[in-house]
Design a protein around this ligand. Structure first.
Ligand code: SF4
Length: 474
């Protein structure tokens, strides 16, 4: 039976005894303590405690990565998220649905470099029949039975329910009616895309046409009930307040407690990993909103509108500040590290915290391994969504391993279950096989340096296998 560690609400979040107990897994933070830590604890200190918590769970030696491929099967989408530069209505010249053979070819490329998993998400395309998804999964399972299929985020499942009208009296039953046949056809786990910020006031402003927090969490509960693992995400650093971020963590933790209690004994799944990343503004409607302090009439000494609105219980009202949603507060590296460290301390029931090098860059991602993250995510063969919003970093396996080793750990390749499948502690390790890093094309690591050679805004940025292998170190 899952028993969460106790809370001690009478103690300060800065109390070292409390933090030592949290690091050991013997106590959990309350939302108010988390807010106090966020607002008052020096960055290095919060990193220290998150690192201790990470070491309790994952030891002092190994930090992991996975070789997978992001495949966005379509960019046609019914939602209109204001932070998205990827979506299309369907009639534009660059709207697409990947042909099945093209998609299978991408998986073949992944296998050729030792990949184990695909992360496959849309667009929520209103014109694809249910059979399209079932047949696609069946074709992948037949051709690549060894590849783990991590696919279709909760907002997609909620749209599947709307598109296909499955039987059921509740959303839970309807999602189950859609998810079961997809699972039977080859779906292995459900990714946590579309989490953004759960608080309703924020979600209604930025996630137009996207599912609610309750719907998102219900989809994950069905996945756990069916024995599949999931992940959770948070996109922050836009219009939300700090209390909204903590409320988001609280919902992930609370639902995880419930699902572990209800399903773990019967072979149920769970939320295995959490990853948070800051909003990337380029080419997005939300990106045109002024930064707080730079808009007309702003008083930069006044509290940020998102903080005025936000409540730790998620009940904030958009009417609490006239500029709510009309100003953003972008998150830089230190905010990223602070938020990631806090997530490690708060989410005591989630196994893995991922470092988001794709948005923050390889070196902040590397530092993240000292701020509570145990996992560097994936070698990046292909990424379409974040690159549409102006951020494109690419790393191959040797470089990813080198970043982990330089952070003081031994790199280990994992699978989607977070089982370690290769520990790179010998001379044949991918990074140790390269002796002269200077001869590689380091400048290609950060593709933004070559802006003039990039495709037009919103176009797909895709590396072939040979290109991905050729990318050199920082
Ligand atoms: S973020 Fe996803 S759901 Fe939202 S508009 Fe873009 S593709 Fe659609």
């Amino acid at each position: 039976m899952h028993r969460p560690p106790p809370v001690h609400p009478d103690r300060s979040g800065l109390d070292e005894g409390l933090l030592a107990a949290v690091a050991a897994g013997d106590a959990r933070l309350t939302p108010a303590q988390a807010l106090e830590i966020h607002d008052r604890m020096p960055l290095a200190e919060i990193g220290f405690w998150a690192d201790r918590r990470c070491r309790t769970l994952h030891g002092d030696v190994l930090r992991s990565y996975v070789i997978d491929r992001n495949i966005n099967y379509t960019n046609v989408c019914t939602a209109r998220c204001t932070f998205c530069a990827f979506r299309r209505d369907g009639d534009e010249s660059d709207a697409y649905v990947l042909d099945r053979e093209v998609l299978l070819g991408k998986i073949a490329e992944l296998c050729s470099i030792g990949g184990t998993q695909i992360l496959m998400q849309g667009g929520m395309h209103p014109g694809l029949p249910f059979s399209w998804y079932v047949e696609l999964l069946a074709a992948i399972a037949e051709r690549f039975p060894q590849v783990h299929v991590h696919a279709f985020s909760p907002p997609e499942f909620v749209e599947f329910v709307r598109f296909f009208d499955p039987p059921g009296a509740t959303l839970h039953e309807k999602v189950r009616a859609v998810m079961e046949p997809l699972r039977e056809a080859g779906l292995d786990s459900v990714p946590g895309g579309g989490g953004e910020i759960f608080a309703d006031a924020v979600r209604r402003k930025i996630g137009l046409g996207k599912c609610t927090a309750e719907e998102w969490l219900t989809v994950m509960r069905v996945a756990h009930e069916l024995g599949m693992n999931t992940s959770a995400t948070m996109m922050f650093g836009h219009i939300e307040g700090i209390a909204d971020r903590i409320h988001h963590l609280e919902l992930v933790r609370r639902w995880q407690d419930r699902d572990l209690a209800d399903f773990a004994r019967d072979g149920g799944g769970s939320c295995k990993a959490f990853i948070a990343w800051p909003f990337q503004r380029e080419n997005t409607p939300l990106g045109r909103v002024p930064e707080w302090g730079r808009g007309e009439g702003d008083d930069p000494d006044a509290p940020f509108p998102g903080d005025v609105v936000a409540r730790l219980d998620g009940s904030g009202s958009k009417d609490a500040h006239p500029l709510f949603g009309r100003r953003v507060r972008m998150a830089g590296s230190t905010t990223y590290l602070r938020t990631q460290a806090l997530s490690r301390l708060y989410l005591d029931n989630v196994w893995s915290i991922g470092s988001s090098w794709v948005t923050m860059g390889p070196h902040v991602g590397q530092v993240g391994l000292r701020f509570g993250a145990n996992d560097m995510g994936s070698v990046m063969m292909e990424e379409n969504v974040v690159s549409s919003a102006g951020t494109t970093y690419c790393l191959n396996e040797p470089t990813l391993c080198r970043l982990i080793r330089d952070a003081g750990f031994v790199p280990a390749q994992r699978n989607n279950e977070y089982d370690l499948i290769k520990v790179h502690d010998g001379p044949e390790s991918p990074d140790l096989r390269i002796t002269d890093w200077s001869s590689l094309r380091a400048q290609r690591l950060h593709q933004q340096a070559n802006r003039e050679t990039e495709p037009p805004a919103g176009a797909k940025v895709e590396l072939t296998v040979s290109e991905a292998q050729a990318v050199g170190p920082a």
